[in-house]
Design a protein. Structure first.
Length: 322
């Protein structure tokens, strides 16, 4: 039995699909602008509609639209024929995915969409198909060759449809001036969501958790305070003002001194220029600041530059940000 070169086949498949996308980028024109302009005017939702492999693409595009500021729902064409079509309103815009443009389940829905009076557009691989000709506007993927050697399994065509769906989503995103803060609101879960949402004040140690000493306190008292709070540092405060910070690095430095250090005031041993961050800053900014300065703790200050807490790299790791 002849040994199959899987790598060669894989590279060929990717190259065929890449060529298809390259041709697609050159071929789309004014119809793309028209569809995007109409979708921007949507007062309801953008409904993506499809069946089979094209249905999977339509479902993914719907998810991308929703997460980038364009509320969307996916409806399977077969299920739509048995009641789900009721989820489409006149104020919605419908985006149909069908490579052949001849999917019977979708064709059977066209009279309902026309009667409802909502705009519907299509992405097909045949501009002469029933679905293409029935739509308000059609975008043709222009795919003539599938990566499948039998030219049967949807491969290049589904890749092209997905790319067009992503292109529409990104075009709408930019038109709406969708920002990272907006993106965060629709991604509250997972590491990505936490990085975009969590602020320093959500992660920092504060109140009774903080190891705090006065400038006149001794090194001995400071070490007891550090040990009791277990954060590895102490904030040196006078009234409500930050005077400095005492870290393990400061301890290593002073231990090389032969003087009686245990009774020395901590103001003589502390680091006076403590690195700080606002409590309203994103927690990921604390990570960058720590990495830039090669430190593991930051003093957190409020809007009045008063010490409000302490944030450590360990806290950021526990929050799933690193």
């Amino acid at each position: 039995m002849k040994k199959i070169n899987h790598l060669k086949i894989g590279k060929r498949t990717i190259q065929i699909e890449a060529n298809g996308l390259d041709e697609l980028a050159k071929s789309i024109g004014a119809e793309f602008n028209y569809v995007c302009d109409k979708l921007l005017q949507t007062k309801g939702k953008i409904i993506t509609l499809g069946i089979g492999k094209s249905g999977h693409i339509a479902k993914k595009v719907s998810a991308t639209l929703s997460s980038t500021g364009s509320p969307s729902n996916f409806i399977n064409a077969a299920e739509a024929l048995h009641g789900d079509i009721g989820g489409i309103n006149k104020s919605d815009k419908v985006l149909i995915f069908s490579h052949s443009g001849q999917s019977k389940e979708i064709i059977d829905l066209l009279p309902y969409l026309k009667d409802l009076g909502c705009d519907f557009f299509s992405i097909t691989g045949s501009k002469d198909s029933i679905i293409a000709n029935s739509s308000n506007i059609n975008i043709d993927t222009g795919i003539s060759k599938e990566a499948c050697p039998l030219d049967l399994a949807p491969t290049t065509s589904t890749t092209a449809s997905l790319a067009l769906g992503d292109a529409i989503a990104v075009a709408l995103l930019e038109a709406k001036k969708f920002k990272a803060d907006d993106f965060a609101k629709s991604h509250p879960g997972g590491k990505l969501g936490r990085r975009l949402i969590l602020k320093v004040e959500d992660v920092m140690k504060k109140g009774k958790e903080l190891p705090i000493v006065k400038p006149t306190d001794s090194l001995a008292k400071t070490l007891i305070e550090i040990s009791s709070k277990g954060l590895g540092v102490a904030l040196v405060k006078e009234k409500s003002n930050l005077k400095g910070i005492f870290t393990d690095g400061d301890l290593r430095r002073v231990l090389s001194n032969k003087a009686d250090l245990l009774e020395a005031p901590i103001s003589k041993l502390m680091s006076k220029n403590a690195k700080t961050i606002r409590n309203s800053a994103l927690a990921v900014e604390a990570i960058k600041l720590m990495q830039q300065n090669k430190i593991y703790s930051l003093v957190v200050i409020d809007n009045k530059t008063k010490p409000a807490g302490l944030i450590r790299m360990h806290d950021l790791i526990e929050a799933g940000l690193v």
